[in-house]
Design a binder for this molecule. Structure first.
Ligand code: C2O
Ligand code: CU
Length: 579
């Protein structure tokens, strides 16, 4: 069982346990003895089963189990003890077991709510709030059931509940860390990078575009989705003038995967102000990384990118022979882009397919009709990539894979989610049963460049209730906080930095650090055995733990976020800051 499915199973079992105790309590109060006993037995089994899932999660990593061990387990223990004594004390009088069973239901629900609403790290505040809630619900029930607790008991319970509530909310609301100046610093001056050798202008505006015969309202660069493909040769100095015609919410250009100087990174409120209608901004940077990249707006990016404000950036090492195709995959108004294209290729021609996933979720790619190699991922060449056949590829949101092959005499087709997007002729192939390539074991290993790290940071990805705003929201969180309240990670120029990224949520988080490529060290404790992988976008699936490292060699204030852009919008953004 993977840790991801353990997390899901644990949640389901906790819900069943809570429901069992509550329903058993209600049945007791209604004097339905056999039903009450049956439900209580079921709830007891579910509660005991949780001991197994919680233990397994704790063994997979403390991050997955902290609040379950520290808060849910003691509450469950109290539930079992109170319900058990309630049932055994006066076995003839089922009604008297109603309150203890309901208490058990509240206690197990309290633990469950701590996991669902608060998560990691387990805080004393959350624990106290849960206890307060359980006691308060029990006191109300006590009254409602018409039992008459002695004054001392009911006063005592109320006092404990109030004290726990006050202490708990005090602890929960006090900001533990104040984000240091993430949002009120001067934008960096553009550095002089030389005279531009490639000049482009991109004008952002609302547009109607045609997608497979349907007119779709979009936001577009130069009226087209995707925007114009920007190409350069390594060593070029790019100058890109961004104009905003009428995108009210503002636009910027972020060069996804391109480690530009900070002032050119295009993050509104961090490296520049958003470009408003009628305004412009000029980006200048040297094209010193070869490979496949993309650009997109970073202003209200979840809406802006989805609506079409993105395009391809390709930097080639020099003149190319053969066929070189970019395939930026996107979903616009529910319709898949790009439209299918067939291009006959002469036998023996070298072909490079540059696959780019510009959506917010993972896509599955399959190349049918030929053996191929994955030459590069996220713009970086792989060491010793071996030929693959009948192997599918999963590309994370924001990620890029370059596939290379020599055109065979027969037709070749590239499929995305089972749909042909590029082909050299008709191909009949079922690709959905193909195994998926694991890039961590592909290619030839090289010794790691670092053995010690100057900084170590852990990012625990989860969901949680965020009350620090006007309207409470169910945020996507990092270490229990949601942006902009996640403390920045501080590094010094020249540091070697290690990140441990833990996903204890039930959804995939495609992680993306700006301004740096990270070297993958391990996943779930297994070191990589394949080619060094220098990534800028990687999927951290539920229950996974990734260790990555990078050299802090690009000073500035850098966004570090989930590239499922609605998740980023819902809080999953923090910053890397140079001291
Ligand atoms: Cu492609 Cu901050 O993003
Ligand atoms: Cu995410």
């Amino acid at each position: 069982m993977t840790v991801g499915s353990l997390l899901a199973a644990d949640l389901v079992i906790a819900v069943l346990a809570a429901a069992g105790w509550l329903a058993g309590g209600a049945a007791s109060a209604a004097r339905r003895r056999p039903l009450a006993l049956g439900l209580a037995a079921f709830a007891l089994l579910a509660t005991l089963a949780r001991a197994v899932t919680i233990t397994a999660l704790a063994r997979a990593g403390w991050w997955f189990a902290a609040e379950k061990v520290l808060i849910a387990a003691p509450l469950s223990l109290a539930a079992v003890v109170v319900a058990g004594t309630g049932l055994l004390r006066r076995p003839g009088d089922i009604r008297s077991a109603g309150l203890p069973l309901l208490f058990a239901g509240y206690a197990v629900s309290g633990g469950l709510l701590v996991t669902v609403l608060h998560g990691y790290p387990a805080s004393p505040g959350a624990g106290l709030l849960a206890v307060a809630g359980v006691l308060a619900a029990t006191a109300v029930t006590w009254r409602a059931l018409g039992a008459r607790p002695s004054r001392r008991v009911s006063r005592g319970a109320v006092a404990v509940a109030v004290a726990a509530l006050v202490a708990g909310s005090g602890l929960a609301v006090t900001p533990d860390t104040v984000p240091a100046g993430a949002h009120d610093h001067e934008y960096r001056e553009a550095q002089f990078v030389g005279e531009p050798t490639r000049r482009f202008t991109l004008t952002a505006g609302t547009a109607t575009v045609n997608v497979s015969g349907r007119e779709v309202a979009a936001w577009a660069f130069d009226g087209q989705v995707p925007g114009p493909e920007l190409t350069a040769t390594v060593g070029d100095v790019l100058e890109v003038t961004l104009r905003n015609r009428d995108i009210e919410r503002g636009v910027t250009l972020h060069w996804h995967g391109y480690d530009v100087p900070n002032g050119q990174d295009g993050v509104p409120g961090v490296t520049q102000a958003a470009v408003r209608p009628g305004q412009e901004f000029v980006y200048r940077f040297r094209a010193d990384q070869v490979g496949t990249y993309w650009y997109h707006t970073h202003a209200v990016s979840d809406v802006g990118v989805r609506m079409g404000l993105y395009g391809v950036l390709v930097v080639r090492p020099g003149p190319v022979g053969g066929v070189d195709v970019t395939v930026p995959v996107h979903t616009l108004a529910g319709l898949p882009l790009p439209p299918p294209r067939t291009e006959p290729v002469r036998v023996g021609t070298p072909v490079r397919l540059r696959l780019i996933n510009t959506d917010s979720t993972t896509h599955r790619y399959a190349l049918a009709g030929t053996a191929f190699r994955v030459a590069a991922i996220d713009g970086s060449d792989l060491e010793g990539p071996t030929p693959l056949t009948d192997t599918a590829l999963l590309i994370p949101a924001g990620g890029r894979y370059d596939l290379v092959f020599t055109a065979p005499a027969t037709a070749v087709a590239l499929l995305v989610e089972g749909r042909v997007v590029w082909s050299t002729g008709p191909v009949a192939a079922t690709t959905d049963t193909w195994p998926v390539l694991d890039p961590l074991t592909y290619g030839t290993a090289e010794p790691a460049p670092w053995s010690r790290f100057d900084r170590d940071y852990t990012l625990v990805l989860d969901r949680g209730l965020d009350l620090r705003r006007l309207l409470p929201r169910y945020a996507h969180t990092v270490n229990g906080a949601a942006g902009p309240d996640i403390p920045p990670q501080v590094v010094r120029l020249g540091d070697t930095v290690r990140f441990t990224i833990v996903n204890r949520s039930l959804v995939v988080h495609p992680w993306h650090l700006h301004g740096h490529h990270v070297l993958v060290l391990s996943r779930d404790g297994q070191p990589t055995t394949g080619s060094p992988l220098w990534l800028d976008s990687f999927d951290v699936r539920p229950g996974e733990v990734w260790e990555v490292a990078f050299r802090a060699d690009n000073p500035g204030m850098w966004a570090n976020h989930c590239h499922n852009l609605p998740h980023a919008e819902a809080g999953m953004v923090l910053h890397l800051m140079y001291s």
